[in-house]
Design a protein around this ligand. Structure first.
Ligand SMILES: C[S@@+](CC[C@H](N)C(=O)[O-])C[C@H]1O[C@@H](n2cnc3c(N)ncnc32)[C@H](O)[C@@H]1O
Length: 286
Protein backbone atom coordinates (compact mmCIF):
# COMPACT_ATOMS: atom_id res chain seq x y z
CA UNK A 1 0.00 0.00 0.00
CA UNK A 2 2.72 2.43 0.91
CA UNK A 3 5.61 3.06 -1.45
CA UNK A 4 8.56 2.09 0.71
CA UNK A 5 11.85 0.58 -0.39
CA UNK A 6 11.51 -1.87 2.48
CA UNK A 7 9.28 -4.79 3.35
CA UNK A 8 5.66 -4.44 2.22
CA UNK A 9 4.09 -1.89 4.58
CA UNK A 10 0.46 -1.61 5.61
CA UNK A 11 1.00 1.92 6.91
CA UNK A 12 -1.69 4.34 5.71
CA UNK A 13 0.76 7.01 4.52
CA UNK A 14 3.58 6.97 2.01
CA UNK A 15 6.51 7.69 4.30
CA UNK A 16 8.81 8.42 1.38
CA UNK A 17 7.15 11.82 1.51
CA UNK A 18 9.56 13.93 3.61
CA UNK A 19 6.49 15.71 4.91
CA UNK A 20 5.49 12.59 6.87
CA UNK A 21 8.83 12.49 8.68
CA UNK A 22 8.52 16.10 9.79
CA UNK A 23 4.82 15.66 10.63
CA UNK A 24 5.67 12.72 12.90
CA UNK A 25 8.40 14.70 14.68
CA UNK A 26 6.03 17.57 15.41
CA UNK A 27 3.23 15.18 16.30
CA UNK A 28 5.58 13.50 18.77
CA UNK A 29 6.15 16.78 20.62
CA UNK A 30 2.43 17.54 20.58
CA UNK A 31 1.48 14.17 22.09
CA UNK A 32 4.32 14.02 24.62
CA UNK A 33 2.91 17.27 25.91
CA UNK A 34 -0.75 16.21 25.79
CA UNK A 35 0.11 12.92 27.51
CA UNK A 36 1.92 14.77 30.29
CA UNK A 37 5.29 13.15 29.59
CA UNK A 38 6.94 10.09 28.12
CA UNK A 39 5.48 7.64 30.65
CA UNK A 40 2.38 7.81 32.85
CA UNK A 41 3.38 9.21 36.26
CA UNK A 42 1.85 6.12 37.90
CA UNK A 43 4.41 3.87 36.23
CA UNK A 44 7.31 2.81 38.47
CA UNK A 45 10.42 3.26 36.31
CA UNK A 46 12.87 2.15 39.02
CA UNK A 47 13.39 -1.41 37.72
CA UNK A 48 13.50 -0.35 34.05
CA UNK A 49 16.82 -0.59 32.22
CA UNK A 50 16.01 -1.55 28.64
CA UNK A 51 13.30 -0.07 26.43
CA UNK A 52 12.02 -1.00 22.96
CA UNK A 53 9.91 1.40 20.86
CA UNK A 54 8.00 -0.38 18.07
CA UNK A 55 7.05 1.67 14.98
CA UNK A 56 9.31 4.45 16.24
CA UNK A 57 9.06 6.59 13.08
CA UNK A 58 11.85 9.22 12.99
CA UNK A 59 12.63 8.38 16.63
CA UNK A 60 11.07 11.32 18.48
CA UNK A 61 9.87 9.34 21.52
CA UNK A 62 12.89 7.02 21.75
CA UNK A 63 15.38 9.90 21.42
CA UNK A 64 13.65 11.88 24.14
CA UNK A 65 13.58 8.85 26.47
CA UNK A 66 17.29 8.26 25.88
CA UNK A 67 18.09 11.93 26.45
CA UNK A 68 15.98 12.21 29.62
CA UNK A 69 16.95 8.87 31.19
CA UNK A 70 20.64 8.44 30.50
CA UNK A 71 20.81 5.13 32.39
CA UNK A 72 18.31 3.46 30.05
CA UNK A 73 19.27 1.51 26.94
CA UNK A 74 16.73 2.35 24.24
CA UNK A 75 16.10 0.65 20.89
CA UNK A 76 13.70 1.95 18.24
CA UNK A 77 12.50 -0.16 15.32
CA UNK A 78 10.56 0.80 12.21
CA UNK A 79 9.83 -0.89 8.90
CA UNK A 80 10.96 2.14 6.96
CA UNK A 81 14.67 2.67 6.43
CA UNK A 82 14.31 6.43 5.74
CA UNK A 83 12.76 6.87 9.21
CA UNK A 84 15.52 4.82 10.80
CA UNK A 85 18.26 6.75 8.97
CA UNK A 86 16.78 10.00 10.24
CA UNK A 87 16.51 8.72 13.83
CA UNK A 88 20.03 7.31 13.72
CA UNK A 89 21.47 10.60 12.38
CA UNK A 90 19.77 12.52 15.20
CA UNK A 91 21.24 10.17 17.83
CA UNK A 92 24.71 10.40 16.31
CA UNK A 93 24.70 14.19 15.94
CA UNK A 94 23.42 14.64 19.49
CA UNK A 95 25.95 12.07 20.75
CA UNK A 96 23.26 10.00 22.42
CA UNK A 97 25.04 6.73 23.02
CA UNK A 98 22.27 4.90 24.85
CA UNK A 99 19.91 4.67 21.87
CA UNK A 100 20.01 2.65 18.67
CA UNK A 101 17.66 2.13 15.76
CA UNK A 102 17.02 -0.80 13.44
CA UNK A 103 14.85 -1.52 10.42
CA UNK A 104 12.44 -4.30 11.41
CA UNK A 105 8.96 -5.37 10.40
CA UNK A 106 6.72 -5.67 13.46
CA UNK A 107 4.33 -7.95 11.58
CA UNK A 108 7.09 -10.58 11.66
CA UNK A 109 8.94 -12.17 14.60
CA UNK A 110 11.38 -9.50 15.80
CA UNK A 111 15.09 -10.13 15.74
CA UNK A 112 15.69 -10.02 19.52
CA UNK A 113 16.12 -12.91 21.97
CA UNK A 114 13.38 -13.78 24.47
CA UNK A 115 13.21 -11.55 27.58
CA UNK A 116 15.31 -8.73 26.10
CA UNK A 117 13.41 -5.69 27.43
CA UNK A 118 11.97 -4.26 30.64
CA UNK A 119 9.53 -2.00 28.83
CA UNK A 120 8.07 -1.95 25.32
CA UNK A 121 6.30 1.13 23.97
CA UNK A 122 3.98 1.40 21.00
CA UNK A 123 2.18 4.57 19.96
CA UNK A 124 -0.18 4.90 17.00
CA UNK A 125 0.55 1.38 15.71
CA UNK A 126 -3.16 1.23 14.78
CA UNK A 127 -1.91 3.03 11.67
CA UNK A 128 -0.48 -0.26 10.40
CA UNK A 129 -2.03 -3.08 12.46
CA UNK A 130 -5.33 -4.80 11.73
CA UNK A 131 -7.97 -6.50 13.87
CA UNK A 132 -6.19 -9.76 13.07
CA UNK A 133 -2.59 -8.64 13.72
CA UNK A 134 -3.01 -6.79 17.05
CA UNK A 135 -2.97 -10.07 19.05
CA UNK A 136 0.15 -11.27 17.19
CA UNK A 137 2.10 -8.14 18.14
CA UNK A 138 1.03 -8.34 21.78
CA UNK A 139 2.12 -11.99 21.86
CA UNK A 140 5.50 -11.11 20.35
CA UNK A 141 5.93 -8.35 22.97
CA UNK A 142 5.21 -10.91 25.69
CA UNK A 143 8.08 -13.01 24.34
CA UNK A 144 10.45 -10.03 24.26
CA UNK A 145 9.63 -8.76 27.76
CA UNK A 146 11.44 -9.89 30.88
CA UNK A 147 9.16 -11.34 33.59
CA UNK A 148 7.46 -8.36 35.26
CA UNK A 149 8.20 -6.20 32.20
CA UNK A 150 5.72 -3.62 30.95
CA UNK A 151 3.96 -3.16 27.61
CA UNK A 152 2.74 0.43 27.15
CA UNK A 153 0.23 1.13 24.36
CA UNK A 154 -1.00 4.59 23.32
CA UNK A 155 -3.77 5.20 20.78
CA UNK A 156 -6.21 8.03 20.06
CA UNK A 157 -9.63 8.91 18.74
CA UNK A 158 -9.88 11.78 16.27
CA UNK A 159 -11.37 15.03 17.52
CA UNK A 160 -15.06 15.77 17.82
CA UNK A 161 -15.48 19.18 16.21
CA UNK A 162 -18.07 21.69 15.03
CA UNK A 163 -16.68 21.66 11.48
CA UNK A 164 -18.91 19.50 9.28
CA UNK A 165 -16.12 19.30 6.68
CA UNK A 166 -13.55 18.07 9.21
CA UNK A 167 -16.09 15.54 10.52
CA UNK A 168 -16.56 14.26 6.96
CA UNK A 169 -12.78 13.95 6.50
CA UNK A 170 -12.56 11.96 9.76
CA UNK A 171 -15.47 9.85 8.53
CA UNK A 172 -13.53 8.78 5.43
CA UNK A 173 -10.76 7.44 7.66
CA UNK A 174 -13.24 5.63 9.94
CA UNK A 175 -14.99 4.06 6.97
CA UNK A 176 -11.85 2.78 5.27
CA UNK A 177 -10.43 1.35 8.52
CA UNK A 178 -13.75 -0.37 9.18
CA UNK A 179 -14.20 -1.75 5.67
CA UNK A 180 -10.66 -3.13 5.67
CA UNK A 181 -11.06 -4.68 9.13
CA UNK A 182 -8.20 -2.57 10.44
CA UNK A 183 -10.05 -1.55 13.60
CA UNK A 184 -12.47 -2.87 16.21
CA UNK A 185 -15.32 -0.50 15.42
CA UNK A 186 -18.74 -2.15 14.98
CA UNK A 187 -20.16 0.61 12.78
CA UNK A 188 -17.27 2.49 11.12
CA UNK A 189 -17.87 5.64 13.16
CA UNK A 190 -14.62 5.82 15.10
CA UNK A 191 -10.92 4.99 14.89
CA UNK A 192 -12.09 2.08 17.01
CA UNK A 193 -9.10 0.98 19.06
CA UNK A 194 -8.88 2.86 22.40
CA UNK A 195 -11.81 0.93 23.91
CA UNK A 196 -10.07 -2.36 23.09
CA UNK A 197 -6.59 -1.76 24.49
CA UNK A 198 -7.36 -3.11 27.97
CA UNK A 199 -9.12 -6.18 26.64
CA UNK A 200 -6.36 -6.92 24.10
CA UNK A 201 -3.76 -6.77 26.89
CA UNK A 202 -5.88 -9.07 29.07
CA UNK A 203 -6.49 -11.57 26.28
CA UNK A 204 -2.75 -11.68 25.58
CA UNK A 205 -2.05 -12.63 29.22
CA UNK A 206 -0.82 -9.30 30.66
CA UNK A 207 -1.62 -8.57 34.30
CA UNK A 208 -2.05 -5.46 36.51
CA UNK A 209 -3.55 -3.63 33.54
CA UNK A 210 -3.87 0.13 34.01
CA UNK A 211 -5.32 2.86 31.82
CA UNK A 212 -4.93 6.59 31.71
CA UNK A 213 -6.75 8.96 29.41
CA UNK A 214 -5.69 12.35 28.12
CA UNK A 215 -7.44 14.90 25.97
CA UNK A 216 -6.46 17.71 23.65
CA UNK A 217 -8.39 20.90 23.17
CA UNK A 218 -7.66 22.18 19.66
CA UNK A 219 -10.38 24.83 19.61
CA UNK A 220 -9.65 28.27 18.22
CA UNK A 221 -7.71 30.21 20.86
CA UNK A 222 -6.66 27.08 22.78
CA UNK A 223 -2.96 26.55 23.43
CA UNK A 224 -2.80 23.51 21.11
CA UNK A 225 -4.88 25.03 18.29
CA UNK A 226 -2.01 25.89 15.94
CA UNK A 227 -0.02 22.69 16.41
CA UNK A 228 -2.99 20.34 16.04
CA UNK A 229 -4.37 22.20 13.04
CA UNK A 230 -0.95 22.07 11.43
CA UNK A 231 -0.91 18.30 12.05
CA UNK A 232 -4.39 17.95 10.51
CA UNK A 233 -3.48 20.10 7.50
CA UNK A 234 -0.45 17.89 6.86
CA UNK A 235 -2.15 14.59 7.63
CA UNK A 236 -5.03 14.81 5.19
CA UNK A 237 -3.09 15.45 1.96
CA UNK A 238 -0.73 12.64 3.00
CA UNK A 239 -3.53 10.18 3.70
CA UNK A 240 -5.63 11.24 0.67
CA UNK A 241 -4.12 8.68 -1.77
CA UNK A 242 -5.01 5.87 0.65
CA UNK A 243 -8.58 7.14 1.10
CA UNK A 244 -9.20 7.67 -2.61
CA UNK A 245 -7.75 4.24 -3.40
CA UNK A 246 -10.00 2.76 -0.71
CA UNK A 247 -13.01 4.16 -2.63
CA UNK A 248 -14.50 5.87 0.42
CA UNK A 249 -14.39 9.31 -1.22
CA UNK A 250 -13.60 10.67 -4.65
CA UNK A 251 -10.83 13.16 -5.12
CA UNK A 252 -12.98 16.20 -5.95
CA UNK A 253 -15.20 15.74 -2.89
CA UNK A 254 -12.15 15.24 -0.68
CA UNK A 255 -10.51 18.41 -2.03
CA UNK A 256 -13.67 20.45 -1.40
CA UNK A 257 -13.95 19.15 2.19
CA UNK A 258 -10.27 19.86 2.79
CA UNK A 259 -10.65 23.43 1.55
CA UNK A 260 -13.75 24.07 3.68
CA UNK A 261 -12.06 22.51 6.70
CA UNK A 262 -9.16 24.97 6.27
CA UNK A 263 -11.61 27.87 6.60
CA UNK A 264 -13.62 26.30 9.44
CA UNK A 265 -10.64 25.73 11.72
CA UNK A 266 -9.77 29.43 11.57
CA UNK A 267 -13.23 30.55 12.65
CA UNK A 268 -13.26 32.12 16.09
CA UNK A 269 -16.00 29.75 17.24
CA UNK A 270 -14.20 26.57 16.04
CA UNK A 271 -14.17 23.86 18.73
CA UNK A 272 -12.39 20.51 18.69
CA UNK A 273 -11.73 18.01 21.41
CA UNK A 274 -9.88 14.72 20.97
CA UNK A 275 -8.84 12.09 23.45
CA UNK A 276 -6.41 9.24 23.76
CA UNK A 277 -5.62 6.36 26.05
CA UNK A 278 -2.41 4.96 27.45
CA UNK A 279 -2.89 1.37 28.56
CA UNK A 280 -0.19 -0.74 30.11
CA UNK A 281 0.13 -4.23 31.49
CA UNK A 282 2.81 -6.45 32.98
CA UNK A 283 4.22 -9.76 31.84
CA UNK A 284 3.49 -12.20 34.67
CA UNK A 285 6.49 -13.01 36.85
CA UNK A 286 6.13 -16.71 36.22
C1 LIG B 1 2.06 6.91 13.10
S1 LIG B 1 3.73 6.47 12.93
C2 LIG B 1 4.14 6.32 14.66
C3 LIG B 1 5.31 7.14 15.09
C4 LIG B 1 5.77 6.99 16.52
N1 LIG B 1 5.39 5.76 17.14
C5 LIG B 1 5.31 8.16 17.38
O1 LIG B 1 4.63 7.93 18.37
O2 LIG B 1 5.66 9.29 17.08
C6 LIG B 1 3.73 4.79 12.47
C7 LIG B 1 5.11 4.24 12.11
O3 LIG B 1 4.99 2.83 11.97
C8 LIG B 1 5.85 2.41 10.93
N2 LIG B 1 5.43 1.09 10.46
C9 LIG B 1 4.48 0.79 9.56
N3 LIG B 1 4.36 -0.54 9.42
C10 LIG B 1 5.27 -1.10 10.26
C11 LIG B 1 5.66 -2.43 10.55
N4 LIG B 1 5.06 -3.48 9.98
N5 LIG B 1 6.67 -2.65 11.43
C12 LIG B 1 7.29 -1.60 12.03
N6 LIG B 1 6.97 -0.30 11.79
C13 LIG B 1 5.97 -0.06 10.91
C14 LIG B 1 5.76 3.51 9.90
O4 LIG B 1 6.88 3.50 9.04
C15 LIG B 1 5.68 4.77 10.78
O5 LIG B 1 6.94 5.30 11.00
Amino acid sequence: MSATDDAESTYLIDVEEGAETSRLLEQNMLYNRAQGGLFPTELDLTPIQSVLDIGCGPGGWALEVAYTYKHLGVVGIDINSAMIRYAFAQARTRKLQNVSFEVMDASQPLDFPDASFDLINTRFVASFLTRATWPDLLKECMRLLKPGGILQLTEVELGITNSAALERLSGYIYQSLYEQKRNFSVNGRSIGIVHMLGQLLKQAGYTNICRKSFFMDSSFGAELHYSTIKDIELLYPLIKPYLVKSNVVDEAVFDEDYKTMGTDVMRHDFVALSFGLIAWGHKPLS
